[in-house]
Design a binder for this molecule. Structure first.
Ligand code: ADP
Ligand code: MG
Length: 436
């Protein structure tokens, strides 16, 4: 058996970074065996795998060759190193040619040519959206990207609190004065926001706007802590139950109330885009809006879509990779990207409605859920609640969660259902959520 050192992660979608090492050993025409030592766990991983007929094309395309073996052989870390590419290719080809030729001749219709995934990105809703399609559906990319882009722009025009003419801004402007007609998506989002407000006992509250504003940096001013009076006054205007919904209209019942859909709007937008793609008969894709992701089908050659969680303690590194269940969504909330620094301390943009202060204790929360609206709202709400109080909610909704306490060395507290789908890429302790 030949020995190769494969050190670069080969992701199905090309989006995450090197962090893990695997050694691979040898390959034959029908059978492959891989073994190596994981740099992270220091454990030896081995896999044997028989090449199925449908993967013949992959054996000619060496990148897949390596990836498939690892995945089918249940080795979760995938490895690749460019400098060994040609060598592996030569080995794989030399050993595979006789049987390949025979079977390709016999089964031309079964030849699975799986090109690389293709993607299209655009700026929207204050962040970046990326639609990625499995290679076999690449011809549908530009049509689907145009449609989803239009959808996002229309939704942003309804929801943005940075636009005075949006439906949400106009409703905020008449809070406590009168009801206002609101468009369908805005109304639906209000309904859902109230549901997640109840579910989290008010930890998720979209009327948090006045308090969030107190923690926003103001241009030209040295940031300072809000006074207790200012916090008390702003908190008196926070209560999602005061959003009253009527036929086609909404009323914010208290003067000075302000809705801010920043904790749920992007997830809702992802679900819209996801549905639109499915309506356009796109089956295998992933839609990502600023870290709110929903997947459909498979990436290519039967590989599940994977997503990466960034390391909250080192933004340039990847903490873990998660294999996504089909059709599911994922969102992460943390205080590391958007925060204000006051007197040398960082204060994040997710606020605890009980205290008016930015939620603390966690470095990040990642939620996997059947839809992106739920993942987005829960990631924000459970970030506020903390792991212990989140457990009943996670159980009730059937979501999966990864909590990263704000302490080093890094630890991951996970729901039992996510363990087999999670590959941790840095030295970190992984344990089931205490109290589960
Ligand atoms: P991001 O939008 O940065 O990806 P989140 O989904 O966690 O992160 O949403 C954070 C945003 O949610 C904040 O910028 C703010 O607009 C809003 N928000 C802050 N605190 C709360 C809260 N307790 N409940 C609901 N929304 C909140
Ligand atoms: Mg959120």
């Amino acid at each position: 058996m030949r020995s190769l050192i494969l050190t670069r992660i080969l992701p199905p979608n090309g989006s995450y970074r090197a962090a893990h090492g695997v050694e691979g050993c040898g390959a034959s025409s029908r059978e492959a065996a891989w073994s190596g030592v994981s740099e992270t766990t220091q454990r030896t991983v081995t896999a044997r795998w028989v090449v199925p007929l449908t993967s013949l094309r992959d054996s000619l395309r060496t990148k897949r060759f390596a990836a498939l073996r690892c995945v089918r052989g249940s080795v979760t870390a995938l490895g690749w190193q460019d400098t060994y590419k040609d060598q592996v290719k030569a080995t794989a080809l030399r050993k595979s040619i006789p049987i390949c030729t025979f079977l390709v001749l016999l089964l031309p219709a079964c030849s699975l040519f799986s090109p690389e995934p293709v993607s299209s990105s655009f700026e929207t809703m204050g962040t970046r959206a990326t639609l990625t399609l499995a290679g076999k559906e690449s011809s549908k990319l530009s049509g689907a990207a145009d449609k989803t882009k239009q959808l996002m722009q229309d939704l942003n025009a309804e929801l943005s609190v940075y636009r005075a003419d949006s439906a949400v801004s106009r409703l905020n402007a008449v809070a406590g004065v009168r009801p206002l007609e609101v468009p369908e998506h805005t109304r639906r989002l209000f309904e859902l926001s109230k549901v997640y407000g109840e579910l989290t006992s008010g930890a998720f509250d979209v009327t948090i706007g006045p308090v969030v504003d107190l923690w926003r940096p103001v241009k030209g001013q040295t940031p300072s802590l809000p006074t207790d009076d200012a916090l008390t006054e702003a908190l008196a205007r926070v209560d999602f139950r005061q959003i009253q919904l009527m036929d086609g209209a909404a009323f914010l019942a208290r003067r000075g109330m302000r809705v801010d859909l920043g904790g749920i709007g992007k997830g809702y937008a992802v679900d819209l885009a996801w549905r639109e793609c499915r309506n356009l008969a796109v089956r295998n894709f992933m839609f990502d809006l600023g870290g709110n992701v929903r997947v459909s089908g498979e990436s290519e050659s039967g590989l599940a879509w994977s997503i990466a969680i960034r390391n909250p303690f080192d933004r340039s590194a990847t903490l873990a990779r998660i294999e996504m269940p089909d059709d599911w969504a994922v969102a992460t909330s943390g205080q590391y990207e958007r925060f204000i620094e006051i007197e040398g301390r960082r204060y994040g943009h997710i606020v605890d409605p009980r205290t008016g202060y930015p939620a603390a204790g966690l470095a990040g929360v990642t939620i996997l859920a059947p839809n992106a609206t739920m993942a987005d709202a829960l990631s924000t709400g459970l970030f506020v609640l903390g792991p212990k109080r989140s457990i009943p909610i996670v159980k009730k909704t059937g979501a999966e969660a990864v909590f990263i306490p704000d302490k080093q060395p890094a630890e991951l507290w996970v729901t039992p259902g996510i363990r087999s789908k999670l590959t941790v890429l840095i030295p970190a302790k992984v344990q089931v959520l205490p109290g589960w």
